[in-house]
Design a protein around this ligand. Structure first.
Ligand code: BYC
Length: 400
């Protein structure tokens, strides 16, 4: 991407910016890291930074099986931007955390997605991503977690972090666009095939080279449930401390009335029953709930397409209790509707809820590279428009 600029980009400084939440609300924001928050802040920046190269590692082989040149170009843009987001976090470590920061930055190079000895920090970023359906689900669900986490850092009292994250957010929107429109194009193509064949039989749809909606649902279940873990535990002393000290706010903090939250509680559902929890300790859950609402937007769009085509099936999001590995519901046998079931039933049903080995083999069989400008693989509809007002048929990538 010859016209792509490398560098450290920060949103403009806001003159006179003061801390917008927590116990030090109203005081000037920090241009240096206060000693008492040094290790916590470093850990948060390292965790954020670790996800960026991880996602590129996960996606690095997808170019071989791109469904079109348009998609290949989008993949490259996403990868380059994630690389630049890594730079932004490494810049903060080098510029503000001295020797410890430089060592942490080196460690970022030592970890790799899926590595048995030195994996990436957060689970989702160690999941293999060997097909484009997974890429679209990842950019829809996981990049959306990125949006929420970056928005909460954009509120941070540590001004350099706030400014880098505000810049990064401008690029996150495109990644989610790739996910949402990618899934829309899969649904569109599947509906075309269903119409052509006059059937909703998954076997016949698959035989015709399209992704049946039941399989798509399984991919949604997998990536959504994995991404829900990225918000941390429902009840978290980390979230309380990070908010109170001004390190990490809520997305769009100004929309709330109370920015200190010392007197509020939230009723949180945990397996033992609902429990009133100090709001500060429940902020991960607050963010997860608002994330799920945001995820619904695409679902509504895809379901409208399915409804208009005259089919009864509806795609849905799994319950936030389903297949959790972090928090109060971790490891519990819960179905996608959120009901607790027996361990045996869960074990037997899980392959029907998330992609089975056979589903993956089928989806992989569709992943044939298409690189003729304007042509699309048979399992996905063309986009409505090209990139930057260029036609869909444009030669987006020069292959040498
Ligand atoms: N996997 O109190 P807890 C993006 C750990 S995506 C493994 O439950 P807390 C992007 C946690 O670290 C956004 N470990 O949660 C998207 C802690 O360990 P320590 C990435 C997990 O701390 C696409 C312990 O469990 N950015 O940008 O309130 C492409 C107890 O923690 C997980 C961030 O995540 C997990 N899923 O919140 C490219 C922001 N969840 O510290 C990029 C930075 C929790 O006790 N990270 N743990 O050893 C954070 O703000 C917080 O660390 C978390 C967890 C939100 C992840």
């Amino acid at each position: 991407m010859p016209d792509y600029r490398w560098g450290i980009f920060l949103a403009d400084a806001v003159p006179g910016r003061s801390i917008g939440f927590g116990d030090q609300m109203g005081q000037p924001v920090w241009q240096q890291v206060p000693g008492e928050y040094r290790s916590t802040l470093r850990r948060l920046i390292v965790t954020q930074g670790d996800t960026e190269p991880a996602s590129v590692e996960q996606q690095r082989l997808l170019g071989h099986t791109c469904p079109s040149m348009y998609d290949l170009r989008n993949l490259f843009q996403i990868n380059v931007e994630e690389g630049r987001h890594l730079w932004a976090m490494v810049y903060l470590l080098h510029a503000y955390f001295g020797r410890d920061g430089r060592e942490e930055a080196e460690e970022l190079l030592a970890r790799h997605s899926g590595d048995a000895d030195k994996p990436r920090i957060l689970t989702t970023f160690n999941e293999p991503m060997s097909d484009w359906l997974s890429l679209f689900c990842f950019t829809y669900f996981t990049d959306r977690d990125g949006k929420y986490q970056l928005k909460s850092f954009a509120e941070s009292a540590f001004d350099p972090l706030s400014r880098t994250c505000r810049f990064m957010l401008t690029e996150e929107a495109h990644h989610m666009f790739v996910g949402e429109t990618g899934i829309s194009r899969v649904v569109k193509r599947t509906l075309e095939v269903m119409k052509e064949l006059g059937t909703d039989d998954p076997v016949r749809i698959r035989a015709h080279g399209a992704v049946d909606l039941q399989t798509l649902q399984k991919y949604l279940n997998f990536w959504c449930s994995s991404s829900l873990d990225l918000f941390g535990s429902e009840i978290s002393s980390n979230s309380a401390a990070n908010f109170a000290s001004g390190l990490k706010g809520r997305p769009d903090e100004t929309q709330y009335e109370d920015h200190v939250l010392r007197d509020k509680t939230l009723n949180v559902a945990i397996p033992e029953g609902a429990q009133d929890v100090p709001m500060l300790n429940a902020l991960n859950e607050v963010m997860r709930e608002s994330y799920l609402k945001d995820c619904e937007i695409g679902l509504k769009r895809w379901n409208r397409m399915i409804e208009r085509a005259g089919h009864a099936l509806r795609l849905s999001l799994p319950s936030s209790r389903f297949r959790r590995a972090i928090g109060a519901w971790a490891g519990l046998p819960v179905d996608p509707q959120g009901q607790m079931i027996s361990k045996e039933e869960y074990g037997e049903s899980l392959p029907g809820w998330i992609p089975s080995d056979a589903d993956k083999v089928f989806v992989h069989s569709l992943m044939q590279r298409v690189i003729e400008p304007g042509k699309m693989a048979g399992w996905i509809a063309p986009p409505e428009r090209g990139v930057n007002n260029l036609p869909v048929e444009y030669e987006y990538v020069k292959l040498h």
